[in-house]
Design a protein around this ligand. Structure first.
Ligand SMILES: Nc1ncnc2c1ncn2[C@@H]1O[C@H](COP(=O)(O)OP(=O)(O)OP(=O)(O)O)[C@@H](O)[C@H]1O
Length: 259
């Protein structure tokens, strides 16, 4: 019961942005999508979310064609976390994160308040909850955006079905500690029957935290598998057209990617 694309093709202005992409995001896994600028990462995320039209192939969520799933059902099953939005009004952090909560009082106000508090705390936003969103730094806003997405797919008592979180460069404005913390959170929330697809430019973060990596090059799959099989120096150097060093560091007991 995955979120998957089969033979996915997206064409715009006479150009293939994605060509014959097969990909599956399973609940319980973190799949990192990497590749050079313009490789098609955001396009793939948009297609899997159902936010942009595809030209051939299909996208399915838990065995159903995405086009046959209502917008409400889609929103309850998958959240998209993109760049932080501009807000015209003085919404607080708690207001913005609460926008991710789709269930109103269906499970009681205490359940909703508890979910909000937990998400704020886990995203290190507890002290900022009454701050005006637009007064935050870009990294703080990014964490708020992530928190709203997480709340959107928060497990509810009556519905154990799989959910997905799709994130487009969520660490772009984060310092080293918060970037690691976010990837650790993503790993943690997969335990709640949630699948994570995360677009990353940081190849080392992808190698360290993802279960699998999809490497895109000009809209095609240039590699898909565990980090140690995809993140080879030869492949990365060829795809990025710049030297990329990959080495196992015994002191850290992991592969390190230096670009
Ligand atoms: N509507 C469109 N018409 C024509 N070309 C488009 C359209 N939308 C996107 N593209 C092009 O498709 C390619 C893939 O874009 P996409 O945003 O998916 O890349 P990306 O891998 O996310 O890149 P980045 O790392 O720079 O964010 C780019 O070359 C982009 O210019």
């Amino acid at each position: 019961m995955s979120l998957l694309a089969r033979n996915l093709c997206v064409r715009r202005s006479g150009r293939w942005l994605l060509a014959n992409v097969d990909i599956e995001v399973q609940p319980g896994e973190v799949l990192a999508v990497v590749g050079p600028n313009g490789a098609g990462k955001s396009t793939l995320l948009g297609a899997l979310a159902g936010d942009l039209s595809i030209d051939s192939g299909c996208v399915e969520m838990a065995g159903r064609n995405l086009q046959q799933i209502s917008l409400q059902q889609r929103a309850e099953r998958r959240a998209v976390v993109g760049p932080p939005p501009q807000m015209a009004f003085d919404y607080t952090v708690a207001d913005v994160v609460s926008m991710g909560w789709l269930h109103g009082d269906r499970f009681g106000s205490a359940f909703a308040a508890d979910a909000l508090s937990r998400v704020l705390q886990r995203c290190d936003l507890g002290a900022l909850r009454q701050r005006i969103f637009m007064s935050l730094s870009s990294g703080e806003r990014q964490r708020v955006q992530f928190a709203a997405g997480w709340l959107q797919v928060w497990p509810t008592p009556d519905d154990p079905a799989a959910r997905w979180l799709l994130l487009d460069e969520p660490t772009a404005n984060l310092d080293v500690a918060h970037a690691r913390q976010m990837l650790q959170l993503l790993r943690h929330l997969t335990a709640d029957n949630t699948g994570v697809l995360v677009v990353l430019h940081d190849l080392d973060l992808a190698t360290r935290f993802a279960d699998r990596v999809l490497l895109l090059e000009s809209g095609r799959v240039a590699g898909l598998g565990t980090p140690d099989t995809v993140m080879t120096p030869e492949r990365l150097t060829a795809v990025y057209g710049a030297p990329v060093h990959v080495e196992y560091l015994p002191a850290l007991n992991r592969l390190v990617v230096i670009a």
